[in-house]
Ligand binder design. Sequence first.
Ligand SMILES: *Cc1c(COP(=O)(O)O)cnc(C)c1O
Length: 372
Amino acid sequence: MIPVNQPLLDGNEKKYLLECIDTGWISSEGPFIKRFEESFAAQVNRKFGIAVCNGSAALDVAVAALKLGPGDEVILPSFTIISCAASIVRMGAKPVVVDSDPETWNIDISKIENKITSKTKAIMVVHIYGLPVDMDPVLKLAEKHGLKIIEDAAEMHGQTYRGKPCGSFGEISAFSFYPNKHITTGEGGMVVTDDPDLAERCRSLRNLCFQPQRRFVHEELGWNMRMTNLQAALGIAQLERLSFFIDKKRKMGALYSDCLQNIEEIQLPCNQKDYAKSIYWVYGLVIKDFVPFDAQEAMARLAEKGIGTRPFFWPMHEQPVFHKMGLFQNEKLPVAERIARRGFYIPSGLALTEEQIKKTADAVKEIFCNSR
Ligand SMILES: *Cc1c(COP(=O)(O)O)cnc(C)c1O
């Protein structure tokens, strides 16, 4: 079986992990945490980095730090991971969803302004699968309407928008270091910001809102979302390799695109726009409408050939959990609905070999061409 993801851990990971064991520093108090926070923040041109236990926690902390809550609306794409909408709903704010762009699969920026009301407080921008959102028009809208920007850059380590690092836009940005991200700490996440007060709030929220003077007296509720020194050790080793990883991902994407370009049944990922070149967080395919089967069927056929796959995200406005809360009752977002049903991604991990890419591409060709 060719796995859908496998990370590369062949740099200094082992060395730094051994350092943790040898020194006894394994908790969140260890010295790698500060080093990882500072070097990661510097890498994305931010003043502050606050390491947390995963990317979903990073979003929870970001939304809480901005004090979004009951009565507030936050605009986000429907086509994303549940963590985005969950962070908004958990704070008591209302998620307002927007359809996707059929070419890039990112939020359709032409449909944002219609969703802005007097209650809108923020836009959660989510860069999907490898190409960033076209930020300039979104930043302009935010300025015009006085909205905050929360940037979910979980799939964008090392990516830039018009030469500026993803993770450097808006008030606050969130990253994940799950094993399928461009750098991994096993589980892990990071919030980055330039605002010292926001940074302090994030630090407090991740640490149960303990107070420096009277530790066990709390003015606010936080969480224990701390990252361990072990995770930060991995993070530093991975960060050292980031430019190699991005280069490798781009080459993998180019090889896939080359091998798959003549299959008329599928839409390939957008390679580039004038503001960025894809870093192929995952290599996604969307089956065109004239094909008589959907992503589920294609994934089953590929599994029979030993190819691991994953479905695309399922849109937020079609989530049973949100319907039960009375959210998104009559929402219809045709692009998100279509790509959720007809989209899936093929093996995209950093450990993937050229041979595995070619074998995967051949299998994809077979399942479509054999049913012509
Ligand atoms: C992976 C991911 C997250 C969540 O990160 P976890 O570390 O898995 O909690 C959030 N947003 C996006 C866009 C992601 O891809």
